[in-house]
Design a protein. Structure first.
Ligand SMILES: Cc1cc2nc3c(=O)[nH]c(=O)nc-3n(C[C@H](O)[C@H](O)[C@H](O)COP(=O)(O)OP(=O)(O)OC[C@H]3O[C@@H](n4cnc5c(N)ncnc54)[C@H](O)[C@@H]3O)c2cc1C
Length: 323
């Protein structure tokens, strides 16, 4: 029996890596609950189903024109039907933009609990205990889910994917019945932003600027420091959303993943979405005036101070060293 259903996310013809993380978490959870785990692939092709079958014992593959691209409503209907048909106890989706769209509405449709930003699970006598992040990952809380089913939204870059090699079975599932009624929303197109030629993923030194920089004018000394260091400027999402830096410079789960020799995080709190994009850097230096900022838990070196004081001081030191 597949008590744990894990949704496979794909976009532009490719399975997203986060799906393999969720699949590994789902298999572990299924073991804990003494049940089976199945990957659920909506849309996609045989190759995607086969790669999922390399990582889990069962893949449920549903193909339909309304499932070809992500549509929370179509996905929700199909998942509700699957949960009821299979008597599943857990639906695990990634806490991504897709998952954030789907998870809560799926829980409403199933009339069950939803736990977002889930980072760990444990079975207890009273039910399932789910550990989740709070306050931009500054705290963790254990939530008891006494009754199943439950929708879990797993944190990205938190679970290690399993190596492929399982040799699972692919089962075709026909969703036509549940998609017969018209949907209220439909997928039209996915537009990629125009490429400006900046590639932060190739840089050896990256300076990441966060909301702590406060205003665009404060980027001037940061740019000067970047120039002195031969670094490329990048930013957290709020800085990109404010239009202070180009979208191509966004680091994180909905931006780019960088693995430079040195990453300097200036005024970045260290949300898991940001950390997902820079934790692979060889050396991380964080500057933040809050000593409890989560960024310090991934940083190799930390400076607890105002970045507007630290940045000019660093630049001056570099100039002294050069002369
Ligand atoms: C689906 C989804 C996808 C997302 N994708 C991304 C993504 O790809 N990348 C990303 O970055 N975020 C992403 N986010 C947003 C993410 O959740 C956080 O909101 C964001 O990373 C916070 O950015 P920040 O650290 O710059 O700002 P904040 O969390 O506001 O942190 C600002 C920090 O600056 C410090 N500070 C303030 N003033 C100073 C000063 N003078 N000197 C030094 N330190 C100072 C503060 O102590 C604080 O720690 C995503 C969110 C969602 C829901």
């Amino acid at each position: 029996m597949s008590g744990v259903l894990v949704l496979i996310e794909h976009r532009q013809g490719a399975v997203r890596d986060v799906s393999w993380e969720m699949l590994a978490a789902g298999r572990k959870l299924a073991l804990e609950l003494g049940t089976g785990c199945a990957a659920v692939l909506f849309g996609g092709d045989e190759a995607m189903a086969a790669s999922a079958a390399g990582r889990v014992e069962q893949v449920i593959h549903a193909r339909h024109e309304l499932l070809a691209d992500f549509n929370y409503e179509a996905y929700q209907r199909a998942l509700v039907a699957l949960v009821r048909e299979r008597g599943a106890s857990v639906v695990l989706v990634a806490h991504t933009a897709f998952g954030a769209d789907l998870g809560p509405s799926l829980a409403v449709a199933l009339d069950c609990a939803v736990v977002s930003d889930a980072v760990g699970f444990a079975k207890s006598d009273e039910g399932l205990v789910v550990t989740r992040g709070l306050y931009a990952s500054k705290l963790c809380a254990d939530r008891l889910v006494p009754a199943m089913p439950v929708v879990l939204m797993g944190r990205q870059s938190n679970f290690k994917p399993d190596e492929p090699g399982v040799g699972g079975a692919v089962e075709a599932w026909d969703p036509a019945g549940v998609l017969a009624e018209p949907l209220r929303t439909r997928f039209i197109t996915l537009e990629e932003l125009p490429v400006t030629g900046i590639d932060i993923t190739k840089a050896e030194v990256v300076i990441g600027v966060g909301r702590g920089v406060k205003e665009e004018a404060n980027l001037v000394p940061v740019r000067e420091l970047a120039e002195a260091l031969g670094a490329v400027l990048a930013g957290s999402r709020p800085v990109i959303d404010a239009g202070w830096l180009e979208k191509e410079r966004q680091v994180g789960s909905s931006g780019k993943t960088v693995k430079p020799k040195l990453y300097i995080a200036l005024g970045i709190s260290g949300s898991f979405q940001h950390v997902a994009g820079m934790k692979g850097a060889e050396t991380i230096i964080a500057v933040n005036k809050d000593p409890r900022a989560p960024i310090f838990s991934v940083a190799h070196y930390g400076i607890v101070d105002d970045l507007l004081k630290v940045v000019p001081a660093l630049k001056q030191k570099l100039e002294e060293m050069k002369s």
